[in-house]
Design a protein. Sequence first.
Length: 648
Amino acid sequence: MKILCSLKNISLSFGSKIIFDKTNLTIFKGNKIGLLGLNGKGKSSLFKILSGHLKPDLNETGFQFDKTKDDKNQSDSFSIFHVPQEVPKEFLNSKVKDLVYDFYPDIKRLKTELEEIEIDINSNPSENLLNKQKELLDKFEHLDGWNISQKYESRLKSFSIQDLNQSVQNLSGGEQKKLLLALGLSATQNIILWDEPTNHLDIETIEFFESELINSQKTFLLISHDRYLLTNTCNQIFHINNAKIESFKGNYTEYLEFLHEEDIQRAATLKKLKNKLNRETEWMRQGIKARGTRSKKRVENFNDLSKNVQTIKNSAKKVLDFSLANEQKKSKVYFEAKNLSFSYGKKAILKNQSFIINKGDKIGILGKNGAGKSTLINLLNGKLKPSEGLISTANDLIIKTFSQKRDSLKLDKSPFEVIGDGKDFVTLPNGNKKHIHGYFESFLFDPSEIHRPISSFSGGEKGRLQLALNLKESGDVWIFDEPTNDLDIDTVQILEKTLSEFKGTVIIISHDRSFLENVTNKIWFLEDSSLEIFTAGYEQVAPWLEIQKIEKELLLEKIDQPPTESKNDNQTSKRKLTNKQKMRIKELPALIKKCEELVESLSKLQSSFDFSSTDPQEHKKYDEICAQLEGEEERLLNLYEEKENLDP
């Protein structure tokens, strides 16, 4: 595969915090890379280095950034487009159709000059002005301005954004996210950097975006906590760990399997080292006489052994020590709604809905953006009152709401002041006390950062701080509004485990499919002012959503389908088979069987491939197997279709 860029000896630190330490990476054309790592450990910094907005440390590291240039074939040259998590504040006043130009400043400058010269030509035309206009148009076309703009607007239509003259700031968070998706999917650059592209999106849009990435020929790097997305779209993983960038050939699920095997090997190695360390420790503890004649080399070996044990222990994943406690209520019914309706003016959000929420329910709320999910939550926590009907709650019910916004974090304060209230110990919901440094560290922070101002933490780190703050308090019901946004996968998995073990009730708005599957036991799907309730969690709702999607597609096909021929017309147009076609019908079953056996054999060979190998020849062999399998599967489909067409 062709190399688009390679970076060598990347070193980066902010004060005493080391982000990268002489690490390397190479990006090949066609790579679809999932970028993993804890928040604050370098994912966004790597994006900034790749896009040229951040320079790594250039002291004695010998940093190199080699970019491929190919004047004959621009598709093989290095070029990069960064899709941010949110629309930058300075672009919010732009019109929807003009947002694309904010991301291409050279094209925007030419567009502005063209608009100005057009005004001058209309008021006082001259040959000089017309020549100047032609020159600007040539430059605009050379920069591919028309093509970029048309592709962007076409993508907007696929996301059902019709009013292109409205201001970006008037759109919802989900709609603004769709603008960013349209920018990334229409970008002409060869490498696309996607930073949490699915935050604030409904599942239908996420699945559409997922299919676009699968079918895309673009090289991309993807930061995402959506494990479905990483598994289905990526063929390589970059993992930022201990200031290094580790590379793995395969998707996210395969990477987890690789890590699992590593954990098993690490545990076995640790056991051997600990046994050896125990023997050496006993030797080191011998009396004064033994110390006088002790081998200097053996003492050095003991110290090295101790370091090895600690290194392996530190490489194991940390586990957050969350402790959620809830009051033991006698009543099992926490909420009961009867004929519940709610409207904003003439717009109905809920119509005549009845439901019960019991203690221990873990409910995931799904629905398109704007369907009313946040409104439903506000009805449950009492912030809104029903327009009709009633909703009752158990007496003395303690409801805690985790907002998407990190508004309870005072940015000018430190974690020690906000989470620990300036005290050395934190009182947990179960009544136990824990030292503030230990509590802070249990949320995957370095204790040395406890006095840093919160304003200096990344968005994902602020999400973890918000969790630490909220989970100090007890509650009967926990309500989460998109809790996985901005969180790294490690923290999401820890939160999953905690919520699964929580004895109270959990209500979650989320479009993170893995998160819902692992946490919830009920799903509420909100659509057209009514609730569709699934009592078996996301596993039950997933096929229903897929069927609903297929039904919509079939309905659209039916609307667009031209009138079909009548049965009599079909019968009269039925043709007789030639002798050659009759012979072909006899040959096809054997050909199909042979092709099926070959596909099965290649599939087994593909699934048994060892992804831990770093041998380039082995990776080349795997790519050849995949290409052959794809070709045989296509051939098999053609044989099936041929047989169906020839069968009388």
